[in-house]
Design a protein around this ligand. Structure first.
Ligand code: SF4
Length: 271
């Protein structure tokens, strides 16, 4: 079975008409999402059965591959969490990672909700743990250097090693969130109420500026400007300049894309 080595391998198979029938803004954005395992190649109706067979990329195959990959990633991460717990006391970890130690577990506030991680890498929380959130949370425990926040905000593209992801970040995170903000007036109120968002002033002269905390040492600043006289609205995301030292950029990307999709679903449901 043929495999994709990068986004361009997927892109080459597409019509390149940017018709949006797959709900992505461009064929390139679609290719990136397929390569990252977020959607199936079969979601583009113009990819032939022959190609789908060649890449084992029918929906069923995609689901089972995604599940297998997810189990593999989580098993590896849990082993590394176990090792991290064997090297440091939960209280020490909590200090480093901006969490709390409770009953031998490390508890982190994630978007205002408690997520506890036990020494075997199990995540215990009252809410559903989505597949886009579990690996970044465990990787935070494993790889965060515990670098205190610098208080200076930078765009995603200025984080170390973000080059390969920056274009897709613009489409899949900022672009997706802008659409939600343009369409659903209650979007920002929902973020404040449901995810412990905090409105802040004077950030880049934005009409609305909000900070949320997907992880304690990974705050995210959302800046939005309403459309006005011939000018489109715009939405930009910023991270603390230490973000790439507290979570690998790939996980920051996964987390941000997952958040954008979750906000989109919420907005549709609340619509
Ligand atoms: S449906 Fe296919 S051709 Fe159309 S934008 Fe999506 S990937 Fe491109």
């Amino acid at each position: 079975m043929a495999e994709f080595s990068n986004t361009m391998d997927v892109f080459k198979l597409l019509e390149k008409t940017n018709c949006r029938k797959c709900n992505k803004p461009t064929c390139l954005a679609f290719a990136a999402a397929v390569f990252q395992g977020q959607i199936a190649l079969s979601d583009c109706p113009f990819v032939s059965e022959k190609i789908l067979e060649e890449y084992g990329a029918g929906r069923q195959a995609y689901e089972s591959t995604f599940e297998q990959d997810y189990i593999k990633v989580m098993t590896e991460l849990k082993a590394r969490v176990k090792q991290r717990f064997s090297q440091a006391e939960p209280a020490e970890l909590a200090d480093q990672l901006g969490g709390r130690c409770m009953n031998g577990r490390l508890t982190l506030k994630i978007l205002g909700k408690d997520f506890s991680i036990d020494p075997t890498g199990e995540i215990i929380t009252d809410i559903h743990v989505n597949p886009w959130i579990a690996p970044p949370v465990l990787n935070y425990v494993v790889s965060s250097k515990g670098v205190p926040l610098a208080g200076s905000w930078v765009p995603f593209r200025e984080l170390a090693s973000s080059k390969d992801w920056a274009r897709f970040f613009e489409y899949q995170c900022e672009g997706a969130l802008k659409k939600v903000a343009d369409t659903y007036p209650a979007f920002f109120e929902d973020i404040i109420e449901l995810f412990n968002g905090r409105q802040v002033e004077n950030h880049y002269d934005a009409d609305i500026a909000l900070i949320i905390h997907p992880l304690p040492l990974l705050p995210m600043l959302i800046c939005y400007n309403h459309p006005e006289e011939g000018l489109e609205s715009d939405l930009n995301l910023f991270f603390d300049s230490t973000a790439d030292q507290n979570l690998p950029v790939q996980n920051i990307y996964t987390l941000s894309t997952g958040l954008a999709n979750m906000f989109k679903k919420l907005a549709i449901n609340h619509g």
